[in-house]
Every structure is written in structure tokens, then in C-alpha cells.
Design a protein around this ligand. Structure first.
Ligand SMILES: NC(=O)c1ccc[n+]([C@@H]2O[C@H](COP(=O)([O-])OP(=O)(O)OC[C@H]3O[C@@H](n4cnc5c(N)ncnc54)[C@H](O)[C@@H]3O)[C@@H](O)[C@H]2O)c1
Length: 434
């Protein structure tokens, strides 16, 4: 069908780069007969020895396109008898949903700073991605979504029908995506697997210490001229046992901080890591034993079928009387109604959550003038020993910079047909959990 092959610009380390770059410069000229080749891209790493032979323009419909064959070096385009795997417009559009002002700032900065040559167009929508809003991504090659966007089978089908071929998650968790359906539709789905796990770990410890030492109350009291210490009694962290459910990147980063506090560490994770045992002196135990021994239980596992309500009436009953429960991972790890019962019965001594089971209808918006209909949430807010924040564990300059850069890099991988470390498939669930 296309019995020619050609290359995108070569990297500096390519043996043919000098010879070929002269050709590519020629292609940039208005008189070039290769309007489809994006010669303005940053040069990718390349060790490809292929030469340009008989290049010729490729057009798809009325637009110029880049054609990508992922089996080849990312910089190479082999135009052969096989049909192209993807045909992409020269200016790929990305519809960014649930876009807050800080998302705009960091994504636009990353795009301009590192991917200017790709001509990615970012279209920001403040509303979330839902079945109703999916149509607004029509004509966009990719959507960029966040933790509370519901990327169900129907949403994926609507996106696919509108021409979208990539879903870029600007978060680590992917419980909100129907990966099976995405695979069936051939959609590229990628997440930001790691971004400053220390940011979330530091926040989890901040929640523990706020609730323990009542700094949030101290702040309000002193501003009102109340210097009484009555009701402010906390405990010393040194020597306490902290149970970490999940010792992945964030769980480990939390363990490192708590090790510095002089805490004893017990962990539960189906996939044990050496650093927790050997480097940090942690002890792996079963979930039941962890709950029975820990003064503080901190959740750092992903939300999956097997971890949904991992903290429920039964597991709460196994916890030490008066223990603290911290959740900076995903809301539905805790059966919130069961936690409320445990708080009411004084079984649970304190609850600190940055994530909430039904947060999608509350978080990331100013609802201070709204009547909040969620009675479970409102009941939680009445407990003096409960601290709730609005899913902000990730919210540091460093983490947002990494999230934005990795999200845009994932888009580049999609466009170039490169290997992508953050790519997700339905089977990914089996890799990270039971
Ligand atoms: N609050 C926030 O802002 C925020 C930000 C980033 C991530 N998160 C959440 O934190 C979670 C953890 O992130 P991470 O980067 O450490 O992920 P990770 O994949 O590095 O670690 C998760 C760990 O959980 C373990 N695990 C799987 N099933 C388990 C089970 N049944 N019981 C115990 N452990 C189990 C895995 O083996 C893995 O070691 C994410 O899934 C996400 O939901 C929250």
C-alpha cells in the first residue's frame, strides 16, 4: 500500500543524524512535498540506522497526518503494506476534564516547556467526565481525567465514537476506569504511576499528628484568645505501633517518616518488599494481626474489588480499642457507615481521612453556600475526633509538576507509539492485587 519508508528527525546520537537532518530541514520548507512529517518535534533518543528512501506525502481525508507504527523505533515510520495502526492529526487535541486553575497552570506549563514541538492543543473543561459530558471530547484524540471522573464502559464507548483513542489519567489510582472495556475498544489508557509519593506520605503523617496533637483546634483557640490546654491532650508517637496496609511507594515513604519518629512498623501487603523489612525494620503480618497490634492504622493500598471496604464492621472490631484510622488512599477502602458506628461506640479513637467514599459529588468545589444532602458526610463532621480533608494529599508544587509532565509524556508515547511505563490494561489489576 505504501511501499516506502521514512524517518522523523534523528537524535544527536544517531549515526545518520547529520546527513538526515539536512533532509529534514528541507522538508520544513513550504515547498516540501512531505506536509505530514512533523519536523519541528524535539529530537527523541535514537539509535536507528534506517535511511530515508523515496519519501512521499501521505494524506488521510483532507488533513495532513502522522502515521505511527509502534513495532518500530519511535522515530521511524515504515510505510509498508500493513495498514497504519493509528492515524493522528498533526495537532492532537486533548480534552482535560475536571480542570481546576492549578491543572491549567501545570499542564500548560509542562506542554509549553517540554512538548512545544508536538503542537498538543489542550482544551480545558471545569466539569467532570461523565456519560453526559463525554460528547464534548468529540474530535479530541485524548482525554485527560482525574480521580473522580467516572470512566465507565458507556463513557469509553462515547469517547471512542467521538474519535478519542487515548485516556490520560493525571493520578495514580485507576479504580474509576473500566479497563476491560478500554482494552476491547483498543484505547490507550495511561496513569501517572509515581509522582512524589513523599507528598502523600507527608500528608498522611500530617493528618495523624493534627488529629493526635490537635493543632487544628489550637490554631482556632489561640486566635480567639483561648489559651486553655483542656481537651488538647495527645500521645507521643515514639514507640507507638503503626500498621501500614499497603507498602508500595506511598506506604514505604510513610514508613520512612514514621521510622524517624521512632515508631514500630507492621505491614500488610500481598507483595512484600525487602526495604520495609530490612531497611526500615518493619514486620509483615496478616491483616488481622496488624489491626490487633496497631495504635494507628494507615491505608495505602489501591481501591479494587478485593480492597473495597477492607475496613468494615468486622475489621473495625478487630482494631485496638481507641486506635486511630487514617485513610489517604481511596474513600471506599472504608465502609464509612461502619466507621461512624465505631466512632459512636468509642471503639474507634480517631478517624483522619483525606478521601471519602462518596467524595465525587462533594470534593474539588466550593460548596460553602450549598445545602449538603449527604447525611453520612454531615454525620462524620459532627465528631470531634474526626478530621476530613478534600483529597489533597497530592497537592504540592513538586507533585503537580511531575503529574503534568508525566501526563504529557504519556501523550507523547501514545502519539509516537512508544513503550509507556504508565500504560494500563485490564490485566494490570491482577499485577497489583489479589
Ligand atoms: N490522597 C491522595 O492525594 C493520593 C495521591 C496518590 C495516590 N493515592 C492513593 O494511594 C494509593 C497507593 O499509591 P502507591 O503509589 O503507593 O501505589 P503502589 O501501587 O506503589 O502501592 C500499592 C500497594 O498496595 C498493595 N496492595 C494491593 N492489594 C492489597 C491488599 N489487598 N492489601 C494490602 N495491600 C495491597 C500493592 O501490592 C502495593 O504494594 C493509590 O492506589 C491511590 O489510590 C492517593
Amino acid at each position: 500500500m505504501y511501499p516506502v519508508r521514512t524517518c522523523l528527525p534523528q537524535a544527536d546520537n544517531c549515526p545518520l543524524s547529520r546527513r538526515q537532518s539536512a533532509r529534514h530541514r528541507r522538508y520544513k520548507q513550504p515547498s516540501s512535498n512531505l506536509p505530514h512529517i512533523r519536523t519541528d518535534r524535539p529530537r527523541p533518543a535514537c539509535a536507528c540506522p534506517r535511511r530515508i528512501e523515496n519519501p512521499r506525502p501521505i494524506r488521510h481525508g483532507s488533513e495532513s497526518h502522522v502515521i505511527v507504527f509502534p513495532a518500530h523505533q519511535p522515530i521511524c515510520i515504515r510505510l509498508c503494506a500493513r495498514p497504519p495502526v493509528r492515524v493522528l492529526p498533526a495537532m492532537p487535541k486533548i480534552a482535560v476534564f475536571s480542570a481546576q486553575p492549578y491543572d491549567r497552570r501545570f499542564l500548560s506549563e509542562a506542554n509549553e516547556r517540554h512538548f512545544a514541538g508536538y503542537g498538543f492543543e489542550l482544551h480545558y473543561h471545569v466539569f467532570p467526565l461523565t456519560e453526559e459530558t463525554a460528547a464534548l471530547a468529540g474530535g479530541c484524540e485524548a482525554v485527560c481525567a482525574f480521580v473522580n471522573d467516572k470512566i465507565s464502559a458507556k463513557v469509553l464507548e462515547a469517547l471512542h465514537a467521538g474519535g478519542t483513542r487515548a485516556v490520560l489519567l493525571r493520578c495514580a489510582g485507576f479504580n474509576n476506569v473500566d479497563l476491560g472495556r478500554a482494552d476491547e475498544l483498543g484505547l490507550f489508557v495511561a496513569r501517572v504511576a509515581a509522582y512524589s509519593p513523599e507528598a502523600v506520605a507527608e500528608y498522611a503523617v500530617a493528618l495523624m499528628q493534627t488529629l493526635n496533637r490537635k493543632t487544628h483546634r489550637a490554631y482556632m483557640r489561640v486566635r480567639e484568645g483561648n489559651f486553655s490546654l483542656d481537651g488538647m491532650l495527645g500521645f507521643t508517637m515514639h514507640g507507638k505501633t503503626v500498621g501500614l496496609v499497603g507498602t508500595g511507594k506511598i506506604g514505604l515513604a510513610t514508613a520512612r517518616i514514621l521510622k524517624g519518629y521512632g515508631c514500630r512498623l507492621v505491614g500488610y501487603d500481598p507483595f512484600e518488599v525487602a526495604e520495609f523489612k530490612d531497611g526500615l525494620g518493619g514486620e509483615y503480618v496478616g491483616l488481622e494481626e496488624l489491626l490487633e497490634r496497631a495504635d494507628i492504622v494507615s491505608l495505602h493500598c489501591p481501591l479494587m474489588g478485593s480492597t473495597h471496604h477492607i475496613i468494615n464492621a468486622d475489621t473495625l472490631a478487630r482494631m485496638k480499642d481507641g486506635a486511630m484510622l487514617v485513610n489517604s488512599s481511596r474513600g471506599a477502602l472504608i465502609d464509612t457507615k461502619a466507621a461512624i458506628q465505631a466512632l459512636k461506640s468509642r471503639k474507634l479513637g480517631a478517624l483522619a481521612i483525606d478521601v471519602y467514599e462518596w467524595e465525587s459529588s462533594l470534593f474539588y468545589a466550593d460548596r460553602s453556600l450549598d445545602i449538603i444532602d449527604d447525611d453520612v458526610f454531615q454525620r462524620l463532621m459532627t465528631f470531634p475526633n474526626t478530621l476530613v480533608s478534600g483529597h489533597q494529599g497530592f497537592f504540592t508544587v513538586e507533585a503537580l509538576t511531575e503529574i503534568a509532565e508525566t501526563t504529557m509524556r504519556n501523550m507523547k508515547c501514545f502519539v509516537d507509539g512508544e513503550e509507556c511505563a504508565g500504560r494500563l490494561h485490564a490485566r494490570t489489576k491482577l499485577v497489583v492485587g489479589s
